[in-house]
Structures are given as structure tokens and as C-alpha cells.
Design a protein around this ligand. Sequence first.
Ligand code: AMP
Length: 430
Amino acid sequence: MRLLVIGSGGREHALVWKLAQSPHVTQMWCAPGNAGIAEERLTGNQAPVECVNIGAEALSKLLAFARDKRPDLTIVGPDNPLALGIVDLFQKNGVRIWGPNQKAAQFESSKVFSQVFMERHGIPTARAGTFSDARAAKDFTASLNGRCAVKADGLALGKGVLICDSVAEADKAIEDILVTKAFGAAGERVVIQEFLEGIEISLHALCDGKTAKLFPTAQDHKRALDGDQGLNTGGMGTYSPAPFLTDHQLADVGKRILEPWVAGCAAEGIDFRGILYPGVMLTKDGPKVLEFNARFGDPEAQVYLTRLEGDLVELLEASVNGTLDRHELKWSLMASVCVVIASGGYPGSYAKGKPISGLSEAARLPNVKVFHAGTARSGDTVATNGGRVLGVTALGADLWKARAAAYEAVEKIRFEGAHFRRDIGVKALR
Ligand code: AMP
């Protein structure tokens, strides 16, 4: 089989790495990819993965490339091309593609759509309201004493959620989004949720339009600095499994969320084939969904795909074909930890082009895989090319051992301004 993978982050490197292990695969392209993806080879025939210089949002160029090269399956990593309708476009042109179509991708591209869907179909979530009028929004947040999450409806580069602790903060958040339009058209409407306390976990399920197969738990670390301090980021590290639920509890949580979700999709004619990734708060009143994403998390993909056993190509084929009920997801009993190394200044402004050393020393360590995100090759060296630069991922017999292996590898890698969190996985060990 010939595959085209779309995207350039750590998640896409993990997808390429796992797909390249499938004996079905004879050729692979990645658009646009990164320096680490360009170094991958297919296990079957040792062919290199070819990076193609087309951006993940250049839909017509991607379609032209796919029509020319005729991959058997295109795999979409990031949310933006899904929200822009890449799946519908490829399907209309007879090109096979994996990921949710534009209607299904609304679970991520519209917080209002998701909130209303959850309420309509009895999926446990926060008490919430949806507003386009600032006055009505402020009345609602006042009724919550200002303790709330104010969320711009549309995609806002992961920055559209403002957590508020007072009426004054909530008023400002509402003004910023609805009146000043800090997030442009993404902020025509807001969802305001009551503030929920508890432990936050990531769930993922692979879906084929009828069946949703739940993954083990993972936990992300969104803030830039140790102890969950600093600004929100795309994610500074993850680990799996997260030990806050027993297998039995996880199955119960999955059932409470996924059964009404699957039934709701059927009732509303939503054909979701891809990854559903609910962000969930485990509160004292039970699990509550904070939001849905419609693709693999980044860096959740790095820990999930290092634990996934078996052939990812076969699973994605089953997701496209609607035959997931015939497959079982199998997971390594080992724990996986991913530590993100970011550019100095991230998530604010940062420099690019800093040479990276120690990559091959890190790669030689057992059970370690260094996934690239914002990297580019310049001559003989690999240099930084983005905010999140690398996702250093390690497996271990337990979380302690996986953490130790990941941080040993992190210590080998150097570039000017590099920063990473030292406490990835610590919550699980307390
Ligand atoms: P979201 O993109 O909607 O998941 O929100 C981003 C982050 O904001 C989440 O990962 C949570 O840490 C936090 N958050 C979102 N909604 C709530 C809520 N209702 N209560 C508490 N924290 C929240």
C-alpha cells in the first residue's frame, strides 16, 4: 500500500513511525513533514519516507498531489484541514482518506455544536450556556460567581478558552471574545461552562461511523512550567496509562460518554470515522466532558502509538471501511512517557534555526524514540523550526522507569534556549 500522511508535528511523526512498521506499506509520503519524519524508513522494504513541501492546509495542492501519486490511503493528522473539509474534498474526487468529514469535525471546530449535542444526547458535561450577546453572557457568569470557562466557539489556535475566577475576569473574557473580537470570527459566539474541579484526563476512541473503540487513559500537561504554572501550550508532555481509573472504571466512563455519543451521531446523521478525543474532568459527581477533539492529541499520539500493538494500517482501514467491530485494540502493558522540549519563549515568540545536538546519542538509548515536531534539516544539522521542537518518548515497565528513560534521553539533547518540564507524570506518582 502507498500512504500519504498530512501534517508536520510530533503527532504526525508518531503516525508515520507506526504506519511505517506495517508490512502492508510499500511507499509513504508526508506533507509537509519535518526533519525526523524524513529520516524514517519503511520496515518492509527500507524505502525512505518522502517529505513533500505542501502545507497541511493547502487543500487543492494536496488533492492535486494525491491525484498524481494515487496513494491507497491518505491519513490526516491535524484539526485544521479536517475543519476545512479535506475529507469531503478528497472523497468527492474519489481519493480514499481517513479522518472525520467536515460535518463530523464540528465536534472540534465548534464548541457550541459540541455543547448543544452533549446536552441533547445526555452526555455528562458541565452546566453551560451558549451566547452571542455580551449582556446575557455576563448575567450567566454572574450567576456562577464568575467561576467559569469562557470558550470562543471556533478554532483559535488552542488559545480560545479563558478560565475565570471572578466576575471581573469573566466580564473581561466576554468583552475580549464577543465585543473586541480577540479571536476574530471564531468568537462570534461563546460557550460558558461552570468551572469544574477534579483530575483532567484525555480519552481517545477510534471510530468507524458505528463503533467506537476506547483507548487506555493518558494525561496531558498543558501549562508551560512545572507545577502547572505559566501559560497554556499545545501540550508539554504526556503519559499513559494515567492511574486515576481502574480498567473497570475506565470502561464505565467510556460507556457513559461513548454510548450516548454513538447514538446521538446516528440520530443526527453524523458519520464520524476517525479519532474522537474527549477531554474529561473526573469530578466528585462523576466524569464530565469539557470538550471534544476530532483527531489524535499531540502529544497523546506519541504515548498511545508507542503502546499500541498490532498494525495501525489495518485499524485505520477498518475505521474507513466501517469494520472496526471485527478488530480488537491491543496495548503494551508498559507505560509510556513523552517529554516535550520547546524553544525558549514558547508559547510566546521564539527564535528558529537553533542547531540541535545529541539526537543520535538519545536515539541509541533503549526503549527511547525521539519524535520530531518543529525541526528542519539545514545541511548536515537538524535545527529548531517551531515552538514545540521534540517529543522525547520512552517505554518502561512502569511509569517510574518510563520517566527515568525519557529524562535520560532529554538530558542528552541540547539547543540554545531549550526548555522542558521536569514533572511530566509526577501527578500519577503522588
Ligand atoms: P478545552 O480546550 O475546552 O479543553 O479547554 C482547555 C483547558 O481549559 C482544559 O484542558 C481544562 O484544563 C480547562 N477547562 C476547560 N473547561 C473547563 C471547565 N469547565 N472547568 C475547569 N477547567 C476547564
